[in-house]
Design a binder for this molecule. Structure first.
Ligand code: SAH
Ligand code: SF4
Ligand code: F3S
Length: 481
């Protein structure tokens, strides 16, 4: 049965509201997250969540799962046998959205097997007005839509979905709070995501994230450290500190501490491995570099998105640095942290990018020799400033540039990896490799994926592996004593 639209539980997003930044302080919610009995709806029922997008979304999935389990639901491995199915979506590029619409279509068949199933769509995509309209129009079988600021309201929203014959839509567009009280059901027992801040205030002109995630707001240092200590006690070996721009950590709090302070305090907890992502090249402080150099448990890997090598394009992207400034930081990192790997993100085909400007990006990749890079073709995002620019670059040209870029990135990744042959890397063993049951795989401190032969009881341990072969995206080796 398809549901009608409903009035009380029918709050749609507003891009105009999402862009506002007015509050100077952020509410931190700490009251106990208790559920009224009427919300314990999940007895003998199961849930299934499919997540798209970045680590922030993966971490949100764990909160959503935590809330559903508090309601009594258990996790299902089989989507066709689940009572509630959620698509946790990403809006960063159009192809991510197309995949979601594909999935939304596939869901329909499940209702024939299980008429009482609830279909929900959440995450960044539904923070956009036009997407919600499109789902309402094109996908009447979707029962529930909720936004990134509405996760804490899930019990009430599911309750309403069961009780009413209407579909429930609740997507707030606001600056956002910091919730310290929400339950979490983690997907992994070795590595954990730790949010240190939410949202983004950078407003790079191509990017939708500041509109879907609210303003930049930090968690208190003490709360983060408490979480890291707890994770260590539970046996976690690695934490990844998450923020759209971790360098900005603490600025909004005005409590006299910053990301360097936080990193150092995390290191002092003694947890075995600390990673962080993402660092904007702007405001990467010398103190951060010093702290990374000082502590062995801060991993030798920095993800430092460049986006473009052309100053003109960087300015149009509002990235706040020139190529020369980026390069200076990059070289400083390479000099002070010689064992550190550096990876990046690059966008090809920003509106009106000329061949010459693209060539600057290609030159940058050849000059800097990244360990690896995520490369994207620019995708206009409704509501962002770049989407309003008239673009004279045909898609075939963008694709051709993209291929040249991928070639350059592959070459530099291979070269970087080859330098590890004969060296010993410390690998946190995650399990048998996806391709071959007899092979173990895990990530080195430099975030290199390493495959090697070894016995299964090494899973969960940090093992010394001597590298014997370098490929572009993986290393092979053998465990040594
Ligand atoms: N906060 C992170 C990145 C978040 S999005 C940062 O600032 O680095 C991850 C990457 O997606 C970005 O670094 C960018 O390279 C890419 N991206 C973002 N918006 C895009 C768009 N409209 N088209 C293509 N790629 C985009
Ligand atoms: Fe997007 Fe820029 Fe914020 Fe990263 S820093 S999330 S690219 S606006
Ligand atoms: Fe996508 Fe939202 Fe992350 S748009 S990249 S899931 S913050």
């Amino acid at each position: 049965m398809n549901k009608k639209d409903y009035s009380e539980y029918f709050v749609k997003p507003s891009l105009k509201e999402a862009v506002k930044r007015t509050k100077t302080t952020t509410e931190i919610v700490k009251d106990e997250y208790k559920l009224d009995e009427k919300y314990l709806l999940g007895k003998d029922k199961t849930y299934f969540i499919r997540t798209f997008g970045c680590q922030a979304n993966l971490r949100d999935e764990e909160t959503i799962a935590g809330i559903l389990e508090l309601m009594g639901y258990t996790k299902s491995e089989d989507i066709t046998k689940s009572d509630i199915i959620l698509l946790n979506t990403c809006a960063v590029r159009e192809n991510a959205e197309e995949r979601v619409f594909g999935e939304v279509g596939h869901l329909k068949a499940i209702r024939q097997i299980n008429p009482d199933v609830i279909f929900g769509v959440c995450g960044c995509m539904v923070q956009q007005e036009s997407i919600v309209e499109e789902i309402l129009k094109r996908a009447p079988h979707i029962d529930l839509i909720f936004g990134t600021h509405n996760i804490n309201r899930l019990p009430e929203l599911i309750y309403q979905t069961y009780m009413s014959k209407e579909r429930v839509v609740e997507v707030f567009s606001k600056e956002g709070e910091v919730y310290e009280n929400l339950p979490v059901k983690r997907n992994d027992s070795l590595k954990a995501w730790v949010n240190i801040m939410y949202g983004c205030d950078k407003f790079c002109t191509y990017c939708i994230v500041p509109y879907t995630r609210g303003k930049e707001r930090s968690r208190l240092l003490a709360d983060i450290i408490e979480e890291v200590k707890c994770l260590k006690e539970q046996g976690y070996k690695e934490v990844t500190l998450l923020g759209q721009n971790v360098n900005a950590y603490g600025k909004d709090l005005k409590l006299g501490y910053d990301f360097a302070t936080l990193l150092e305090e995390c290191a002092k907890t003694g947890i075995e491995r600390i990673r962080f992502t993402t660092s904007h090249p702007w405001n990467f402080t010398d103190r951060m570099v010093d702290v990374i150099a000082k502590y062995d448990n801060i991993m030798n890997h920095i993800h430092l998105p460049i986006q473009s090598g052309s100053d003109e394009i960087l300015r149009k992207m509002a990235r706040r640095y020139t190529y020369a400034e980026y390069k200076e930081l990059y070289n400083k990192l390479r000099d002070t942290l010689p064992n550190c790997s550096i990876t990046t993100d690059i966008i090809v085909g920003f509106p009106n990018e000329t061949e010459e400007q693209f060539q600057k990006t290609l030159d940058a990749v050849n000059e800097l020799e990244y360990d690896s890079a995520f490369t994207f073709i620019y995708s206009p995002r409704e509501g962002t400033p770049a989407a309003k620019m008239v673009d004279n670059v045909p898609m075939e040209v963008k694709k051709e540039r993209f291929n040249r870029l991928v070639e350059a990135v592959t070459r530099s990744a291979k070269k970087r990896n080859e330098a590890y042959v004969g060296k010993v890397l410390k690998v946190l063993v995650e399990g048998p490799s996806k391709k071959n049951e007899d092979v173990l795989s895990g990530y080195s401190e430099e975030n290199k994926l390493v495959n090697f032969k070894g016995s299964k009881d090494l899973v969960g341990k940090i093992v010394n592996v001597k590298i014997t072969l370098a490929k572009s995206w993986t290393l092979e080796g053998e465990a040594i004593e």
